[in-house]
Design a protein around this ligand. Structure first.
Ligand code: TYM
Length: 332
């Protein structure tokens, strides 16, 4: 059976982009067709300015939401990254294989470094080495496939390069992974700034739909989405990014096709109304389940404990093999 690994970073409340771009497929496809692991990657949340209590809260919330969207701990492994030491152990070895040039070429690093500096802060070294830790997450489990949104493609490519290089230098140790992305909604855009990704840690709040937004908040955000001055509904990501984004969201929520849906609507208003309702319907069961799970924190904790035990047992042999291959003396 193929191995699948993916993760979500607790740097903000989870968004519709996270759901449509990644989580939905983890639930519908990956947990059924693969030996799959899904992790709240909390170590990654420490790479930018952070508040310890908030990271802890968001980690718990992200784990609860992973279960609320439908991941079934009987079918897959759900755990918190920092509970499994193998990630950090392997990350250091991979830092000895990756280069600083590779790190500095990463788009997300460049964007986030600019943002951190603009806020008057300094750039943490861990932001630069972020993709190496991500490679460790993936490679520790012998992962074949990494289901992610489009924005993570470059990071997965780096994990591939590092795996190939390590194997060439030190002997075959790692499976070389590949990214998989959804056909539609691989990049959900901010409703207020449809040329930028809908990101959970962004500042443009009204343009972001959060998984736990109340139905009326969702409706308001979608109805106020920026479109353009045209009137006809056409699917064109370059020329009409706002409308294309709504068509993609609607298609992803209803199982339709954005191109075909564009022919159904004669006004932006009708498109927005149907998109808002489709999103509300998709979020309704998730929010209901989230509420139930919040009432039973012991259950979530138990899932995370079992998940970490299982993940540790899966990662350890590969990470130990990497330690030996790279030249470290086994502990007596
Ligand atoms: P993160 O936490 O930013 O996002 C989690 C997943 O959601 C996808 N996603 C989107 N997809 C479509 N449209 C959007 N607007 C959108 N926003 C987010 C992301 O592509 C991702 O699949 N570096 C990763 C976390 C990570 C990871 C890993 C992922 C750490 N280690 C190992 C896979 C494997 C990240 O920041 O995702």
């Amino acid at each position: 059976m193929k191995r699948v690994f993916s993760g979500i970073k607790p740097t903000g409340h989870l968004t519709l982009g996270n759901y449509l771009g990644a989580m939905r497929r983890w639930v519908a496809v990956d947990q059924h067709q693969a030996d799959a692991l899904f992790s709240v990657v909390d170590l990654h949340a420490l790479t930018v300015e952070h508040d310890p209590a908030r990271v802890r809260r968001l980690s718990r919330q992200a784990a609860t939401l992973l279960l609320a969207v439908g991941l079934d701990p009987e079918r897959c492994t759900v755990f918190v990254q920092s509970h499994v030491d193998e990630h950090a152990r392997l990350s250091y070895l991979l830092e000895c294989v990756a280069t600083d040039g590779e790190m500095r070429r990463m788009i997300q690093y460049k964007e986030k470094a600019v943002r951190e500096r603009a806020r008057g802060g300094s750039v943490r070294l861990s932001l630069l080495t972020y993709p190496v830790l991500m490679a460790a997450d993936i490679l520790a489990y012998g992962t074949d496939e990494v289901p992610v949104g489009e924005d993570q493609a470059q990071h997965v490519e780096l994990a591939r390069d590092v795996a190939v290089r390590f194997n060439q230098r030190y002997g075959h140790t790692f499976v070389v992974p590949r990214a998989t992305s959804p056909g539609v909604a691989a990049r959900v855009m901010n409703l207020q700034e449809p040329t930028s990704k809908m990101g959970k840690s962004d500042d443009v709040g009204p343009g972001i739909v959060y998984l736990l937004d109340e139905p009326d908040v969702v409706r308001k955000k979608v109805m106020r989405a920026v479109t353009d001055s045209g009137r006809d509904v056409v699917y064109d990501r370059e020329e009409r990014p706002g409308v294309a984004n709504l068509l993609e969201i609607l298609a992803a929520c209803t199982g339709g096709n954005p191109e075909a849906l564009s022919g159904v609507y004669e006004s932006y208003g009708a498109l927005k109304k149907d998109t808002a309702e489709a999103v509300v319907e998709v979020l309704r069961p998730v929010q209901q389940r989230h509420k139930e799970l919040c009432a039973d924190p012991g259950y979530v904790e138990g899932v995370l404990r079992d998940g970490a035990d299982r993940a540790r047992a899966m990662a350890r042999p590969t990470v130990d093999a990497a330690y030996r291959a790279i030249g470290l003396l086994p502990a007596p």
